[in-house]
Design a protein around this ligand. Structure first.
Ligand code: ZN
Ligand code: ZN
Length: 162
């Protein structure tokens, strides 16, 4: 499959790589839309928490192509998006509901391969159904969630429908 491939700092190009296989608890998603984020620029320039080489892309949507043997909530053909943050759920931070400080955090598109690719594998626990929402709009769910969290934390008064 074709991917955008960051080999190292400031070195990015298109590359052919093998299509990934989902692990038992993962789904394989055929990517329909993937947003380009400011973080992607930082990942390319080396100013972010990232590993190299890496396939960037963490704001995306698509269709389930294949499921691992332990996946129960999704099937082939489902329209989905995903939270790019993958928490361990076992460390002190995760157990006290501060997952963003997870000691073993992995992130699609920076610490493991992301969605500037024809296909991406994602743990089932990070995936959610998008119904009939447009793929491009659905790919921006992470952006909306971050913005909404900031607004809520600033204690602005929100008006319906929030
Ligand atoms: Zn982003
Ligand atoms: Zn954790």
């Amino acid at each position: 499959m074709k991917v955008l491939y960051i080999e190292k700092e400031n070195m990015v190009y298109l590359k052919d790589v093998p299509k990934p296989e989902p692990k038992a608890d993962e789904v394989l998603i055929k990517v329909a839309a993937c947003g380009f984020c400011g973080s992607d620029v930082h990942i390319l320039k080396g100013g972010h928490v990232q590993k190299y080489p890496v396939i960037p892309g963490h704001e995306f949507s698509g269709v389930i192509e294949k499921t691992g043997k332990d996946v129960i909530h999704f099937k082939e053909g489902d329209r989905v998006a995903a939270d790019p943050n993958i928490f361990c759920e076992n460390c002190d931070a995760c157990k006290s509901n501060h997952q963003i400080h997870c000691k073993d955090l992995s992130v699609l598109g920076s610490l493991r391969d992301g969605a500037f690719a024809e296909y991406v594998t994602v743990p089932e626990k990070c995936v959610f159904h998008i119904g009939d929402i447009d793929f491009v709009q659905a790919s921006m769910q992470n952006l909306w969630a971050v913005s909404l969290t900031v607004i809520i934390n600033m204690r602005f008064q929100l008006v319906p429908p929030f």
